[in-house]
Design a protein around this ligand. Structure first.
Ligand SMILES: [Zn+2]
Length: 496
């Protein structure tokens, strides 16, 4: 993003995505001088330094951070709001002589700045910049505002992922969930199990694939953290693992051989053998390496769509059911998941799983990502004390064609499922999902946008967009800012 389109008649409150909770327009405007002076209290000095770079990159304006003695001359002041409150909240006061952004946290200041960037007007020559005087108060309704990217069915470059982190953070998303392992490819380095990537990362005659080293992923996580985005790595188990079994067939029930799958849109039957201790050793080793290298706060362990046919026919799996006095293969999955989750918990990691992780019994420390039977399943989860992330296929699956989920449908994502404040605490937020069976990197934007911005709007406010026409019009005004990212929309806009 380099520049923002502006017109004299633009009504700024009708331009911003996600919309602001409270916007009060005052008389006059703040005009930027050739050089912008920032002042921040010491805890936000680094944020202010980063902002200087942002202003240079976006607007070509020189900027520097001034000392406390010179603070009265500052153009933009970043202030810690000592009253506390929601750490993601912020307020902006624009007066003719100074802009003040306040928040209880650096994260809130960052969001305030991203709102300010959307407020800046450029004159006709493109050389003078101003912001209308106003007062803004804003905060999100839910703490988890995520985007899931499947880098397995199609591999995405590091540059592509970083560009998405830039975009996500600009729109105040705070989680990037990377789906790193699948039947069609294993995309994360393991030093102890090198065949995972030597064999598991590439498929078919074309040798299509790729993977990230632990060092590269650490770099991605640090890049994201600097933009207040937490990366959630997903290693899917006990199903969706044919690529791993192609590398290490001894971890399967049948012994293989297997190929990294080229089939998509089918649920594969292969799973890690739940009766084989080596599988637990393998997974603990892999997770141990990830934890050491990436220090993730969360790890997603999938647990979705495991068919269990292989377990039914496997003498070791059946022996495990007997030894552990389990009722059936569903309880065997719960046993499998519990062992891995206990290991991760012992390392201080919070575990997340798709809703099928509850098959055969669950653990209330695990966060449940609900996708299939969203409203009903999510309500049942929170009434049983589980924390949930909502990703309903009805609104949040961006791989679905626009004929199935158009912009309006995406804008109707409703997070209001709780019947009490205590239940609402358990609804962490939601996540847009981008599965890439049919989506190579070249056409990723056309699938993601503009629907991601509809979900962004719902996530920030915690409810379905009430006035779709207003939202669609606002998005249209916003379009030029987005087009500076090189994003191409492929979703019909209603005519205003
Ligand atoms: Zn087995």
């Amino acid at each position: 993003m380099k520049t923002m389109e502006t017109t004299a008649a633009r009504d700024l409150s009708k331009f911003i995505v996600p919309s602001i909770k409270s916007f009060e327009k005052h008389h006059g405007s703040f005009a930027f001088k050739a050089k912008i002076l920032f002042y921040a209290d010491s805890s936000h000095y680094k944020t202010a330094k980063n902002l200087c770079k942002v202003f240079k990159d976006i607007f070509g304006l020189e900027a520097e951070v001034v000392s406390s003695e010179e603070s009265s001359q500052a153009d933009i002041v970043l202030k810690t709001d000592s009253a506390g409150g929601n750490p993601e909240s912020y307020s902006i006061l624009v007066r003719p002589e100074m802009i003040t952004i306040s928040s209880p946290s650096g994260r809130g200041l960052f969001y305030g700045l991203n709102t300010l960037i959307q407020l800046i007007e450029r004159d006709k020559n493109g050389s003078a910049f101003s912001v209308p005087c106003c007062r803004i108060e804003d905060q999100p309704e839910y703490q988890w505002r995520g985007f899931m990217l499947d880098v397995c069915r199609h591999f995405m470059s590091i540059d592509c992922i970083k560009r998405y982190i830039d975009i996500l953070s600009f729109y105040k998303f705070n989680r990037l969930h990377l789906h790193l392992t699948e039947d069609q490819g294993w995309r994360i380095e393991s030093r102890k199990y090198p065949l995972l990537t030597e064999i598991g990362a590439y498929r078919g005659k074309s040798n299509y694939g790729g993977y990230y080293t632990l060092e590269q992923l650490r770099d991605i996580m640090d890049y994201a953290a600097a933009r207040f985005v937490t990366v959630v790595p997903e290693i899917d188990l006990p199903g969706h693992c044919q690529a791993a079994l192609a590398a290490y067939p001894e971890l399967s029930c049948t012994g293989g051989p297997f190929e990294v799958s080229e089939k998509v849109h089918v649920i594969h039957e292969e799973a890690f053998c739940a009766g084989n201790e080596k599988c637990f050793e393998f997974l603990q080793d892999v997770f141990g390496e990830i934890i050491d290298a990436l220090e993730p706060k969360y790890i997603h362990i999938g647990a979705d769509e495991c068919l269990k046919n292989r377990w039914k026919a496997c003498s070791r799996c059946q022996q495990r059911i007997k030894d552990e006095v389990l009722a059936d293969e569903n309880e065997l999955q719960a046993y499998f998941v519990r062992r891995i989750a206990s290991f991760l918990k012992s390392k201080g990691v919070t575990v997340i799983g798709w809703e099928e992780i509850l098959e055969g019994g669950g653990d209330r420390d695990t966060i449940i990502q609900v996708w299939k039977g969203c409203r009903e399943v999510a309500k049942e989860c929170i009434s049983n004390g589980y924390r949930v992330i909502l990703s309903p296929t009805s609104n949040c699956y961006l791989d679905y064609v626009p004929a199935r989920i158009d912009l309006e449908k995406a804008s109707q994502f409703d997070l209001n499922i709780a019947d009490s404040p205590a239940e609402k605490e358990l609804v962490l937020g939601g996540e847009a999902c981008m599965w890439t069976e049919d989506t190579p990197q070249e056409i990723l934007d056309s699938k993601v946008f503009p629907r991601l911005l509809a979900i962004c709007e719902s996530l920030w406010h915690g409810a379905a967009v009430e006035n779709y026409q207003e939202f669609a019009n606002r998005l249209r005004s916003h379009y030029n800012a987005v087009s500076e990212y090189g994003i191409e929309y492929n979703c019909s806009f209603p005519e205003s």
